[in-house]
Design a protein around this ligand. Sequence first.
Ligand SMILES: Nc1ncnc2c1ncn2[C@@H]1O[C@H](COP(=O)(O)OP(=O)(O)OP(=O)(O)O)[C@@H](O)[C@H]1O
Ligand SMILES: [Mg+2]
Length: 152
Amino acid sequence: MELRSASPAETEAVAARLAGVLYVGDVVAVSGELGSGKTTFVRGACRALGVTGAVTSPTFTIGHRYEADPDVSHLDLFRFQGFSAAEWGDLEPYFQDAICFVEWPEAAAGALPPVRVAVRLSHMDPAHRLITVESSEKALLNGLFGGADSRV
Ligand SMILES: Nc1ncnc2c1ncn2[C@@H]1O[C@H](COP(=O)(O)OP(=O)(O)OP(=O)(O)O)[C@@H](O)[C@H]1O
Ligand SMILES: [Mg+2]
């Protein structure tokens, strides 16, 4: 499923729609190069899930956990390359009783819990992004965006 976004607001709107089909325990991988809009996407989803405070990239910590119903976790694994068991233990609570968004999921090298939805963002030009949404659940994608290639 591919969509084009012409602005940060459109990217947030796509994320908000996705948020509507997520459940507690879901893991959403959000990948893409630097500045492609990963945090913008997570912010849109968080707003739709009832997070009211600031949603920013976790820079000095590996993650944030925002209070909402359910809670929303936001990990940024940019500086993580492979996990030791101890480090993984630190991350595990973020996945418990929350919907969890993970920026730079590649860094986990397969150690993440099963990912229900994988989002990938890429630059088309300074204002436009291509957003690819993948899930093994075809019904989820069809219900969300109603077709193989639609605009926001
Ligand atoms: N269509 C768009 N969708 C999302 N962001 C856009 C778009 N057009 C321009 N932008 C800008 O691109 C930047 C995206 O920043 P953001 O922090 O969301 O990216 P990121 O992928 O999380 O970066 P990082 O790799 O540093 O974590 C913002 O400055 C935003 O305003
Ligand atoms: Mg980011």
